[in-house]
Design a protein. Structure first.
Lengths: 112, 118
């Protein structure tokens, strides 16, 4: 049973800010929300992780509202090289640490 | 650090053949995972291991076997290859974060093995 829902695809142009929203209505109290990025023919790569409010690193920002039922990955000023699949992840139900559930993700395509 | 390495990069098997996909990590991570990814789909967990000598099934273990004799290595064995096993296979590793909540450990992925069964 999928724990997260995110758009299948999104399009943007270079220089724009992109926001990808993920729904996770049944998030557990201890669950962290993690986002990964996957380029074609490569393994996924960790982008950012958060529990509540806002987290920012050199790559992206993650916004999590107080009810934690959704989260938004924000990519500032995207470039062509940001074209990739973005996964919003929660731990698998009843799982030990590290057993993340990978859904289909969001295919982001950045156009010139 | 080389991180997570996988061999081979590509392989074509005939139906019924067997092979072992190799995975090695040099980060001293306790946790290791095998995933498969079919075209246009997300990753499905095949097997995982929380330490040497300890393995457990993921969501799609049928047709595969694993072993974990050392911290560094986590080979995946395909017995009697079938066309349904045509996929890209990713190995990953992570370490548990002390005091972290659920899902806080970061998984590091290898470059993948593209397997075709004809």
């Amino acid at each position: 049973l999928a724990k997260t829902t995110q758009p299948i695809s999104m399009d943007s142009y270079e220089g724009q800010e992109v926001n990808i929203t993920c729904s996770h209505n049944n998030i557990a109290t201890n669950d962290y929300i993690t986002w990964y990025q996957q380029f074609p023919s490569q393994g996924p790569r960790f982008i950012i992780q958060g529990y509540k409010t806002k987290v920012t690193n050199e790559v992206a920002s993650l916004f999590i509202p107080a009810d934690r039922k959704s989260s938004t990955l924000s990519l500032p000023r995207v470039s062509l090289s940001d074209t990739a699949v973005y996964y919003c992840l929660l731990p698998r139900e009843g799982s030990t640490l590290g057993r993340l559930y990978f859904g289909r993700g969001t295919q982001l395509t950045v156009w010139p | 650090n080389a991180g997570v390495t996988q061999t081979p990069k590509f392989r074509i098997l005939k139906i019924g053949q067997s092979m072992t996909l190799q995975c090695t990590q040099d980060m001293n991570h306790n946790y290791m995972y095998w995933y498969r990814q079919d075209p246009g789909m997300g990753l499905k967990l095949i097997y995982y291991s929380v330490g040497a000598g300890i393995t457990d099934k993921g969501e799609v273990p049928n047709g595969y076997n694993v072993s974990r004799s050392t911290t560094e290595d986590f080979p995946l064995r395909l017995e009697l290859a079938a066309p349904s096993q045509t996929s890209v296979y990713f190995c990953a590793s992570s370490y548990p974060v002390s005091g972290g909540g659920s899902g806080t450990d970061t998984q590091y992925f290898g470059p993948g093995t593209r397997l075709t069964v004809l």
